[in-house]
Design a binder for this molecule. Structure first.
Ligand SMILES: O=P(O)(O)OC[C@H]1O[C@](O)(CO)[C@@H](O)[C@@H]1O
Length: 548
């Protein structure tokens, strides 16, 4: 008998799955007219409908038992109390302090951090306002028309995703750009479009050592120095980091350096000064509304009972799909073109946090952890990969999301967008059975032999699970809520899987090997002996091409 406290809860879920067998969700809807009422939760205008998941009223209590067995509530308390939940790095994970708008203290290691948080926030938001209103200008006196954030991972994806999602809220502020890849094409293509005299660069890096960011920062610095002179660098650069000593060495003026703290993980840092490019893009008030949205979710997460707690429900449904039904991937499909980077953002949030194989104690995990997260906005995805979602051999749970009203787009287009979103989730759930297909084909005048040939291709099994988020419109507050919901979902899943969601050792080996290979790659006289045959073969092949 296992001494894992969750084992009994998992066994009960597996037995329940057997009992459910091939029960079709469409039948559950047919038998229960209140199914929508039973399986949705709300946070003000934000609705989370999970009635199209493969669950019954018997499933949810078993999932709540699992949450209790894993001590989700106790671990949530420890998280919010600023305990060292990131044990391998000896840190708290207190990004919630950055959006704590309650006026209440938040203690980390025995100290209220709210004074420091508010002071730093005021510093970078004041800077953002001065860039937006033209008080701060470039060396030659021109206002900044363009702001380039140079960062990668958590120092890029959050502000890049949100600046795009919230672009209608920017007014006539400077245009935001995001450069992340060490591929020189990323910086090069961006610089081609910019006037150095009107461009502000923000170097965003928690550690201020990340190869990609430091390489791009040095090239951007050279670009400014070449165009405007070395003395101009100070006026055209700002930085965000926890390593203020390293920033000082780079030569950025101290009043343009914005800090944050070790207890903010990179992929949870959008709420800190890492959001500076976003704040410049959408303005102080909108940025604060974004923080308020996330704070609403923190309060909801700590206060709402498990059965009404949206991040808990998201997490438990994810565990049900991942560990009981064995679905290995999870699609996120926002019906919002401006949410085009949302799934990329969630890839880091979910997969860097929960893509782990050992428990907090370093033992092999008992269950599969993070699924593959991916997605594209609807309706585009419908004309690309939805074929596979509807009729492929793998079942892929989906999160749909859509605003009730457009932010600024044509209402007729928006009606069609909403109709598409609802139609897709309905089709995934209902499917179309063989007899229905045959009846349709017969009505179209097909012969029996034609029907026999074509019908199998037109059958949809349905029973493909999805949840749908609907909110009034995609504004800063809504986006803040959505991001924070996923953050807490990830935390709850990490508790159930008993893994540390806040470290990322899996990114280190590649970085280390790259540092070893970089001199061999760039200097053809360096020997390739000692490398594995494939790596050596590829380096030598490239060298040959260089000669040819
Ligand atoms: O902000 P930094 O220190 O440059 O790190 C960037 C990213 O690199 C990682 O450490 C690993 O890829 C991420 O966790 C982080 O968000």
């Amino acid at each position: 008998m296992s001494n894992n406290p969750s084992a009994a809860a998992f066994s009960a879920l597996n037995a329940h799955k057997t009992h459910l067998g091939s029960t079709h969700v469409a039948e559950l809807f047919a038998h229960n007219p209140l199914r929508f009422q039973h399986f949705h939760a709300r946070l003000d205008d934000l609705l989370f409908d999970y009635s199209k998941q493969r669950v019954t009223q018997a499933t949810m209590p078993l999932l709540f038992d699992l949450a209790r067995a894993a001590d989700v509530e106790g671990r949530r308390k420890a998280l919010f109390a600023g305990e060292i939940v990131n044990t391998t790095e000896g840190r708290a994970a207190m990004h919630m302090a950055l959006r704590n708008m309650s006026g209440k203290p938040i203690m980390i290691e025995g100290r209220d951090v709210m004074g420091d948080v508010a002071a730093e926030r005021d510093k970078y938001l004041t800077f953002a306002t001065k860039v937006r209103d033209g008080t701060l200008r470039g060396t030659g006196g021109a206002p900044f028309t363009d702001v380039v954030n140079i960062g990668i991972g958590g120092s890029d994806l959050g502000p890049a995703m949100a600046a795009r999602a919230l672009s209608p809220f920017g007014g006539d502020g400077p245009r935001p750009h995001f450069v992340s890849n060490v591929d020189g094409a990323d910086l090069g293509d961006t610089l081609k479009t910019l006037d150095p005299a009107r461009t502000l660069f923000i170097i965003s890096s928690k550690t201020f050592t990340t190869q990609e960011t430091m390489t791009n920062a040095a090239s951007a610095r050279a670009f400014v120095a070449k165009a405007l002179g070395e003395a101009a660098v100070g006026d055209h650069f700002a930085a965000v980091s926890t390593k203020l000593d390293l920033v000082a060495k780079f030569g950025i003026k101290s009043d343009r350096v914005f800090g944050f703290w070790d207890w903010v993980g990179g992929r949870y840092s959008i709420w800190s000064a890492i959001g500076l490019a976003l704040a410049i893009s959408i303005g102080r008030e909108n940025f604060e509304a974004f923080l308020h949205g996330a704070h609403d979710v923190d309060t909801h997460f700590t206060d709402a009972p498990l059965d009404k707690n949206i991040p808990v429900l998201m997490a438990l449904l994810g565990v049900w799909n991942r560990n009981v039904w064995f679905y290995g991937s999870h699609a996120v499909i926002p019906y919002d073109q401006r949410m085009g980077r949302f799934s990329a953002y969630l890839q880091q949030l979910e997969m860097e946090s929960n893509g782990k194989s050992v428990t907090r104690a370093g033992e092999p995990v008992m269950h599969a952890t993070a699924p593959v997260i991916w997605g594209e906005p609807g309706t585009n995805g419908q004309h690309a990969f939805f074929q596979m979602l509807h009729q492929g051999t793998d079942i892929i749970p989906i999160d749909f999301m859509v605003a009730a009203e457009p932010t600024d787009a044509d209402p007729h287009h928006h009606d069609l967008l909403v109709a598409n979103c609802l139609a897709q989730s309905e089709a995934m759930m209902r499917g179309r059975a063989r007899d229905e297909v045959e009846a349709i084909l017969r009505k179209q005048g097909m012969s029996d032999s034609e029907i026999t040939k074509l019908a199998p291709h037109k059958v949809f099994a349905g029973n493909r699970p999805s949840s749908t988020f609907m909110y009034r419109r995609l504004d800063p507050r809504t986006l803040g809520r959505l991001v924070a919901l996923y953050e807490h979902k990830v935390f709850v899943q990490s508790v159930i899987w008993d893994i540390n969601a806040f470290d990322q050792w899996g990114v280190e080996l590649g970085k280390e090997l790259c540092n070893r290979l970089a001199p061999i790659v760039s200097d053809a006289s360096q020997p390739t002996e000692g490398l594995d045959a494939s790596t050596a073969g590829l380096i030598n092949y490239r060298r040959l091409m260089g000669e040819g």
